[in-house]
Design a protein around this ligand. Sequence first.
Ligand SMILES: C[S@@+](CC[C@H](N)C(=O)[O-])C[C@H]1O[C@@H](n2cnc3c(N)ncnc32)[C@H](O)[C@@H]1O
Length: 277
Amino acid sequence: METTVKNSSSDGEWKVVLPSKGRQGRRRKPKPKGQAEEEEQPWKSDDLEIDPQRQARLKQKMEISLKKIESSNFYTVFLEQLKSPEVSNHIRLVLGSETQLQMVMYGIGSIESYESPRFQLSIAILMKREFDWVGDNIEVFDPVLSATESSYLESLGCSVLSVNEQARREALKPTLFFMPHCEANLYSNLLQANWRMDRLSKIALFGNSFQMYEEQVSFDAEVICATKRIIAAQSVTSEFAIETESDDYFAAFHDSSWHFFSSGIDSELPLFVSDEF
Ligand SMILES: C[S@@+](CC[C@H](N)C(=O)[O-])C[C@H]1O[C@@H](n2cnc3c(N)ncnc32)[C@H](O)[C@@H]1O
């Protein structure tokens, strides 16, 4: 049972919706209630062949995307926000005594087929160029990536993971999780794997606005299950919304935010969040 966030590329809207059929909606053996939904598994792209012509076209499309974003007002505002005292102070706290954040990118989508994933990837690459605190090696995983896309990503200096971690990576070192418009259960998995302040405090997360999840009241058991940890984390979450600035960047970045986690005098991480329905 997968709760998903509707792809923004089609109509510019994301919301928590019920399981989709198709590639990710394949039938799996039912699991007992409360058991983790998805296990980490080795992964290989379905499409095994690297097509040099497709890769050349993808390179061209990415160059266009990078140029467009770099010269946009959207990017200027995006950088200003990251350099603002408030956000940069959070980044300093995440870094602690380290000098770089490891970037892990989950759920980028098909960069060959859609413009939104290309804009999102462009932003990640431009961040790496702009800020010394972004680690050189970006780790990427999305089960939809083709062999051609993976090979192109590797040519950019990214590492495409061969294991589907189900976003359960433990932040043992300062990590920037770049998860544009991912499914709610992926954010939830990430939080669950790091549900203690010494781990959460090592995370900078780019993804769907947690506040929006809190505002979307649902009476559906699956939706409640997928979002309750996100909502439980609200007491320790500081969120900074992304300004989309123009219609051009709405589909790729709407309802997205930076999230940082720290507890204070009035806020504590709830010790227990049930994983039962
Ligand atoms: C709603 S789409 C967003 C795609 C793209 N970022 C966009 O905004 O158009 C969610 C993406 O998460 C990917 N996904 C699903 N399970 C995943 C997993 N375990 N790890 C990483 N990505 C995953 C899907 O394949 C899909 O491309």
